[in-house]
Design a protein around this ligand. Structure first.
Ligand code: ZN
Length: 244
């Protein structure tokens, strides 16, 4: 299983507080949990953001963390990632990635939400105890200090809802949401504000490991989905039927 952890990698270089928590970058902290897989990392600063066609062809699951520089992600790269998701690449979008170009394109909505940086306590409650992403995850998963993300979260109704968070300020939030687009599985997981050591936690690492396994397409297919073939009457008598 080939996993690519993508991070815009800006907060860690600009902000000493964030750098103290993630000296090697958020991407390395996430990758540290995924040693069971063939894990690589890429950042915004890499050529083609480290998301060239060959790299994406060799990626089963892409993990995305971005915040300050959504607009600086090249539209051609976003289209390439989008195509790969439709073909079956898994995508895990974390925290402020809710406003990334790739997530808003896949969702088709604004993906806006309510937020506050005020050291709330977040409890991440599992609402699908049988779901593979919840396996081995404490109930609830308690984050003593975290940014508040609250409803309304402008996303389409998730295909599966795994986690709902509640905050000490009273808000609730759909914090673990599954979607399918084309052949690709998408998981959005909201914990991970850069000024808290969220990605150093073993329980969060467990969620990420589970999500990678869930998002990986166990049955990749070469079926062509990029074209809509004009099909004269009787075409299916003359061609071998197999592809849509
Ligand atoms: Zn944040």
């Amino acid at each position: 299983m080939r996993v690519l952890v993508w991070n815009e990698f800006i907060h860690e270089q600009r902000n000493a507080e964030v750098r103290a928590i993630y000296p090697d970058g958020i991407h390395q902290a996430i990758a540290a949990h995924l040693g069971a897989f063939d894990v690589r990392t890429a950042t915004l600063q890499d050529e083609e953001h480290g998301l060239g066609a060959d790299v994406l062809e060799g990626t089963d699951v892409l993990i995305w963390w971005g915040h300050l520089a959504h607009d600086r992600v090249d539209d051609n790269v976003v289209s390439r990632v989008h195509q790969r998701v439709l073909q079956g690449m898994g995508l895990i979008v974390l925290h402020s990635g809710h406003l990334s170009k790739i997530f808003t394109r896949l969702m088709g909505t604004t993906c806006n939400l309510r937020w506050r940086e005020a050291e709330d306590r977040e409890l991440v409650w599992c609402v699908s105890p049988e779901h593979p992403i919840a396996a081995g995850v404490p109930q609830p998963l308690e984050l003593p200090l975290h940014e508040m993300y609250g409803e309304f979260f402008d996303i389409p109704a998730p295909d599966e809802l795994v986690f709902v968070s509640n905050f000490s300020g009273g808000e609730v939030f759909r914090s673990g949401c599954c979607f399918q687009r084309g052949k690709g599985r998408i998981f959005y997981f909201s914990p991970g504000h850069e000024t808290y050591p969220i990605y150093h936690r073993a329980d969060v690492g467990q969620v990420l490991m589970n999500a990678v396994r869930w998002a990986a397409n166990a049955h990749p297919s070469a079926v062509q989905t990029r074209t809509s073939p004009m099909s004269p009457t009787g075409w299916w008598r003359q061609e071998s039927v197999g592809a849509p």
